[in-house]
Design a protein around this ligand. Structure first.
Ligand SMILES: Cc1ncc(COP(=O)(O)O)c(C=O)c1O
Length: 436
């Protein structure tokens, strides 16, 4: 597998494209440096064909959690093909924009208006712009990841470690405008005091957070956040770019019945077609009219069409129940196989997006070895699985069978305290920058 075609091309690509691609989470270095197939030729359901026609089951995130209904989904494809045949961008607007706004407002009856754009980062920029246009206090308290843009990264101006616990340690602010400096402050998940302290001292007008990430809210965390947002007259924004439409149709906040002022969706709302949505209360959303928020490509019809078909399919088929049931099964099987082999595993994540790590100092080495050995068995597999409707029990059992084999190898290595036989470098974790 060493010197595979994908890696050879990647080396050349790095001379033309800084870092080799546009998304950190799709870089070879975070899966299996020098050995990952890197490029695909074709994808269908939960299978991917690499450039050399090797076929893998995707248990490595299904397109960074975006493709819950499987790759190249026939139903969505046929709608998109019709859309392309009848024009995807014209001088007039796409009716599906209105249909999608209606659909999202129907699902979230606390919201009255919607805006659309293409990526998650953009959606977070728009949400903060609108919130600032409405709010007297301009400072932002945030919890989680919200994108690559200036307002988020500028959290590291006042304290170089602001983003350490939220994204990556040591993120530099080169190229980021200082204009947001001193206005963006982090608080920590399930630690309500960290938010309360900011609200008491920092003139916060906006709270933006992921309502869940790797762990569920504890001790009524979300309802406490909501109460504080009311007490301090803050706009509350839930960023559901990753959490939305996975465990729960409409987003995790509907499951917990805690309603924000604005919510943001992306990724899985259109099964990987580019579209993101910002929905919210009318009095706040209307403030976008007092600012200039506008872009040609946000009117592209394919995203609206794909989102409508994705949401209709999910609603009709109760997809989230399947995703959660299969995800719980994977968590249970990981626990069983780890126990059987005397391996200490830490398991977390939403049920539809289970995550594990090896509870050992050399977790990264062990995880690299896991990915290396799973690849040999025909699986793209890292520490995160994003469950897709394209899985079935038979496929998952194949995956678990391969996990059993690899965990047995790992168990023997651990017992005999042997060097981990890696064929390439150790993968980078999210705790190491990949931007050079
Ligand atoms: C919660 C959250 N917000 C924002 C983003 C940024 O989205 P994008 O990569 O589409 O810009 C992500 C991406 O993973 C995310 O998980």
């Amino acid at each position: 597998m060493k010197n595979n075609l994908g890696q050879r091309i990647l080396k050349r690509a790095k001379k033309l494209i800084p870092g080799g691609n546009q998304l950190l989470s799709k870089r070879s270095e975070i899966f299996l440096p020098d050995l990952w197939p890197n490029y695909y030729k074709k994808a269908k359901g939960c299978k991917i064909w690499d450039l050399e026609n090797r076929v893998y089951y995707d248990f490595a995130g299904m397109g960074v959690t975006a493709c819950s209904l499987g790759y190249s989904n026939n139903k969505i494809n046929s709608k998109i093909i019709n859309c392309l045949r009848s024009g995807s961008l014209t001088t007039l607007n796409a009716l599906e924009e209105y249909d999608l706004a209606k659909k999202l407002i129907k699902i979230h009856n606390w919201a009255q208006m919607a805006k659309f754009c293409k990526s998650g980062g953009e959606a977070c920029m728009i949400a903060i712009r609108i919130a600032r246009a409405y709010s007297k206090n301009q400072n932002v308290a945030f919890c989680g990841y919200h994108g690559w843009h200036d307002w988020y990264l500028s959290a590291n101006f006042q304290n170089k470690k602001s983003l350490d616990g939220q994204l990556l340690p040591g993120l530099k602010t080169k190229g980021v405008s200082k204009s947001f400096s001193g206005s963006i402050y982090p608080f920590y998940y399930n630690k309500i005091k960290t938010l309360e302290n900011l609200l008491k001292t920092k003139k916060i007008g906006i709270i933006i957070m992921e309502p869940t990430r790797s762990m569920p809210p504890r001790d009524n965390f979300l309802s406490k956040v909501k109460k504080l947002s009311k007490k301090y007259k803050c706009i509350l924004i839930f960023d559901e770019i990753t959490s939305g439409f996975h465990d729960y149709y409409g987003g995790i906040h509907l499951k917990y019945k805690i309603y924000p002022d604005i919510a943001i969706f992306g990724k899985s709302i259109a099964n990987g077609y580019p579209i993101s949505a910002i929905i919210g209360k009318k009095k706040i959303m209307n403030k976008s009219q007092d600012s200039f928020i506008s872009s040609t490509m946000w009117t592209d019809r394919t995203g609206f069409v794909a989102a409508l078909e994705t949401l209709n399919y999910m609603e009709k088929n109760n997809t989230q129940k399947k995703l959660v049931d299969l995800g719980k099964f994977i968590k249970k099987e990981w626990t069983r196989v780890a126990k059987l082999n005397g391996i200490n595993l830490s398991i977390s994540g939403q049920d539809s997006m289970p995550y594990f790590s090896f509870s050992y100092k050399n977790n990264l080495e062990l995880s690299t070895y896991f990915t290396q050995e799973m690849l040999r068995r025909g699986f793209l597999a890292g520490n995160l699985v994003s469950v897709t409707d394209a899985y079935n029990l038979k496929i998952i059992k194949k995956y678990i069978y391969a996990v059993e084999e690899v965990f047995l190898l790992i168990s023997n290595l651990l017992k005999k305290k042997k060097k981990i036989p890696l064929k390439g470098p150790v993968k980078h974790s999210t705790f190491r920058r990949l931007t050079e």
